[in-house]
Design a protein around this ligand. Structure first.
Ligand code: SAM
Length: 345
């Protein structure tokens, strides 16, 4: 791919509008796939500007659909845009865009949940983790049912520095249901503070950069949409394996209205619950009567560090699952009841 000043001045030639493309290729939105399209190119330009400067960038767009955001990315002077779209009906429209931007747009008919972007762009783009982010960006307006599991998967990739983060601290600009965007960016003590807030914020700087009213989409979704920008941190705020952090965070937030000791207790087998929870909270120096939403990322860091030590001391602890113990207790009780009623017969 040629580099240079000409790349940054590229503009797409006049093309049919997105509305005309939708008509031409009969691209009605499929409700089951939660397809909601952006037709207003001023709005797609605005979303793309929120990703930062894309001059000579290598961009991975997830779920391009009829290509509104795709056009804005191409007009931002990128070196290359790779799009992954699952629904084959969009391919001819995207091909039209590719013909209008020779050598710039690569179209993959595939699934973003399995596509391996780490092999798609030149090796030379790779940066050390501590360096400035590479000139690689992920941008996308995906169905909400895909964007949430995908961000969890990508956060795990951030923690391992693999997948899209094999290039370094690749930045992501993605849309979510507004409520999810608020949870991702919620600060300590706020109503929206949740599992997602901690998982995102211990690994990335997370900003809710734009809210788009539902009426801007065709068809209109039930809710407004938030655009969130993620930049992986040079140093994660919790230095423990992703699964361990996830386990602690999940346990705490499963009783979000109770004191935090309630959820933390579920990390330990019933027989040692009281004692071990006390030890965890004491060593981590966390007040047991804080509510989950009041815990900061540094509270979680202390809890994860102490829990890690406890897991190192007791090799069975990490695998412990309180639901399994509940199930086993239930079936034991059932057996006892059956035995008793048999004896009484
Ligand atoms: N980006 C377009 C826009 O803003 O108008 C389309 C947005 S629409 C909400 C989501 C797009 O993602 C659809 O084109 C849909 O077919 C595509 N999509 C959904 N799940 C996908 C997946 N797992 N992999 C790739 N594309 C997917």
């Amino acid at each position: 791919m040629a580099a240079g000043a000409s790349l940054s001045t590229f503009r797409l030639p006049p093309l049919p509008t997105i509305r005309e493309i939708i008509k031409l290729f009969r691209l009605h939105a499929v409700k089951q796939l939660s397809q909601n399209f952006l037709l207003d190119l001023r709005l797609t330009d605005k979303i793309v500007r929120k990703a930062g400067t894309l001059t000579n960038a290598y961009v991975y767009e997830v779920g391009p659909g009829p290509g509104g955001i795709t056009r804005s990315i191409l007009n931002a002077g990128v070196a290359e845009l790779l799009v992954v779209e699952k629904d084959s009906r969009f391919l001819p429209g995207l091909q039209m865009l590719s013909d209008a931007a020779p050598g710039k747009l690569r179209i993959v008919h595939g699934d973003v949940l399995t596509f391996k972007i780490e092999r798609a762009f030149p090796e030379s783009l790779k940066r050390h983790w501590e360096d400035d982010p590479p000139n690689v960006h992920i941008i996308g307006n995906l169905p909400f049912s895909v964007s949430t599991p995908l961000i969890i998967k990508w956060l795990e990739n951030v923690s391992r520095r693999d997948g899209p983060f094999a290039y370094g601290r690749t930045q992501m600009t993605l849309t979510f249901q507004k409520e999810v965007a608020e949870r991702l960016t919620a600060t300590t003590g706020s109503k929206q503070r949740s599992r997602l807030s901690i998982m995102a914020q211990y690994l990335c700087s997370v900003q809710h950069v734009l809210t788009i009213p539902g009426r801007a989409f065709v068809p209109k979704p039930e809710v407004d949409v938030g655009v969130v920008r993620f930049t992986p941190l040079t140093q994660p705020r919790i230095e423990q394996p992703f699964q361990l952090v996830e386990k602690v965070v999940q346990n705490v937030f499963q009783f979000r209205r109770k004191y935090c000791h309630r959820g933390l207790g579920m990390l330990f087998p019933e027989a040692q619950r009281l004692e071990s929870t006390g030890k965890l909270l004491q060593l981590a120096d966390v007040d047991p009567t804080l509510r989950p939403s009041q815990l900061s990322v540094s509270h979680f860091k202390s809890l994860c560090d102490v829990y890690r030590k406890m897991c190192d001391e007791d090799p069975h602890l990490f695998a412990y699952n309180f639901r399994e113990e509940l199930k086993q207790n239930k079936s034991k009780n059932q057996e006892k009841e059956d035995e008793e009623s048999y004896r009484l017969q």
